[in-house]
Ligand binder design. Structure first.
Ligand code: SF4
Length: 476
């Protein structure tokens, strides 16, 4: 139950038979809802005519029957669910965005965060560009459209734009005649493609969205790949492929992704089982039951139980109707929030020595409250095991941890954290082990910067998330 948040999920579909692309995008985004609940949007391309709808809220609330009817039919669609790491929440920064430029029209949605966001934005502002949003997506669209003036095809323009973009981006793009998907050269965020029985081609942040629309998984996009689909069929531009070493985000396996997804050839569920098994080997303990913190701690708990021989038990029931961004009205209600989200199952815990598995400890406050819940219903001992190494560094590639100030492991030793959260023992997964949880093809290596500080790119010079919001306020 990490308090980290991922930033977005993207989906795209190209259908030769105009087979319900808006509905398919809706299903795809529904499957990706865990990647962002602040806002969502769909753009439908009907033979070059774009219809779009974006709004704050979750997919089920935003896309009413009336909205879906207005989106109508088309031969392509892209969609987006958002949790904002660059730019404020709400409708203003909802994606996809649609832009008109001298050579045509383009819709674009992004999953990721640019490290050189502020430099690019300042450069564009000094050129006189006017921004309507404060997110990365508008910057990327400006850079692409600038290059488009000098190139004969959109894919050439995208390739040239990629020379300027530093950081994490998985893009879906619509032009009047093409659907294009782009994965940044380091492959930070996942992006895969598949095909339905009727020949529609689908791209999505995670394979669970392909499953949701009945598309068979075909492959992950390579880091640096530009995947183009039009009436000539699918093809790829790999000018940026293989130029840089791959740095796929290992935290996708630990927390961000859905366990039924397969990313870069590795099952997320199996990666979490493996993390639990490694934990049991690294930090053995005498106990009566292993329980996981829902949702992402459950699989690791099962892995720990299988490896250690200690029985697995259901430790908590999670309220299904509370999203990750649930906010209680009023002050000083954080404790209530944990209690409302998670209810311990006393039959499995009372009078027992409990191994409690969670995916991470960020600030320590949530962990302390969960441990307190277990003690209140009669756990005799609580031994906490974390399926990732200590979080020591900010992430610049799409999570909302921007400063070391927020990270408990930066300020306290493991022994101190053990005392702060009130557990009898505490063990984190080792750095070597986390690199082995997702066994994939040998070409994929992982970003582990939040654990070891080895950033795969330059670090951003400015990191204040709402710099451009405050700039607007100052001017007013
Ligand atoms: S710093 Fe951590 S969360 Fe961010 S991309 Fe790298 S592994 Fe993922």
């Amino acid at each position: 139950m990490s308090s980290l948040r991922e930033e977005c999920g993207v989906f795209g579909i190209w259908s030769p038979n105009k087979n319900g692309v808006a509905r398919q995008a809706y299903y795809g985004l529904y499957a990706l809802q865990h990647r962002g609940q602040e806002s969502c949007g769909i753009v439908v391309n009907d033979e070059g005519k774009f219809r779009s709808f974006v709004d704050a809220g979750i997919v089920n609330d935003v896309f009413t029957s009336a909205v879906m009817e207005n989106l109508g039919e088309g031969n392509m669609a892209i969609g987006h669910v958002r949790y904002g790491t660059a730019g404020a929440a709400g409708r203003t920064n909802a994606q996809p965005i649609v832009v008109n430029h001298v050579k045509g029209r383009m819709a674009l949605a992004n999953n990721g965060s640019l490290v050189n966001y502020y430099e690019l934005r300042e450069e564009l502002e000094l050129e006189g560009k006017i921004f309507h949003t404060t997110g990365d997506c508008e910057i990327i669209s400006y850079i692409i459209t600038k290059e488009r003036l000098k190139t004969t095809t959109i894919e050439e323009a995208i390739s040239r734009a990629m020379d300027r973009l530093v950081g994490a981006y998985s893009l879906v793009i619509l032009t009047p005649g093409k659907m294009i998907a782009v994965r940044d050269p380091k492959g930070f965020r996942p992006l895969c493609c598949g095909k339905t029985e009727d020949g529609s081609l689908v791209v999505a942040s995670e394979s669970c969205a392909l499953d949701a629309v009945g598309a068979a998984f075909e492959r992950d996009l390579q880091p640096g790949e530009i995947f183009i689909v039009d009436e000539k069929g699918p093809r790829s531009n790999l000018e940026h492929g293989g130029k840089q070493s791959c740095s796929a985000c290992v935290f996708e396996y630990i927390y961000f992704a859905r366990p039924d997804s397969v990313i870069d050839g590795a099952s997320v569920h199996e990666a979490r089982l493996r993390a639990g098994a490694f934990l049991a080997l690294e930090h053995p303990v005498q106990a009566d039951v292993v329980v996981g913190v829902p949702d992402s701690g459950l699989d690791a708990a099962l892995g720990f139980a299988r490896q250690s021989g200690i029985p697995y038990g259901l430790g908590f029931i999670k309220n299904k109707y509370i999203g990750r961004t649930f906010i209680l009205p009023g002050q000083n209600v954080r404790e209530d929030k944990v209690r409302i989200k998670l209810n311990p199952v006393s039959a499995n815990v009372k009078g027992k020595r409990v191994v409690l598995i969670d995916d991470s400890i960020i600030r320590g406050t949530t962990s302390a409250r969960i441990v307190k819940l277990l003690r209140e219903i009669g756990a005799t001992e609580v031994h906490m095991r974390i399926s990732s190494p200590p979080f020591l560094n900010p992430c610049y590639y799409g999570t909302d941890i921007e400063s070391k100030d927020a990270l408990i492991a930066c300020k306290h030793s493991i022994e101190e954290i053990q005392k702060i959260i009130g557990v009898d023992s505490l063990g984190y997964l080792g750095l070597d082990s986390v690199k082995k949880i997702a066994i994939t093809n040998p070409d994929i290596s992982f970003c582990t910067a939040c654990f070891d500080g080895q950033y795969p790119t330059e670090e951003p010079k400015i990191t204040a998330k709402h710099k451009f919001e405050s700039k607007i306020e100052e001017r007013e």
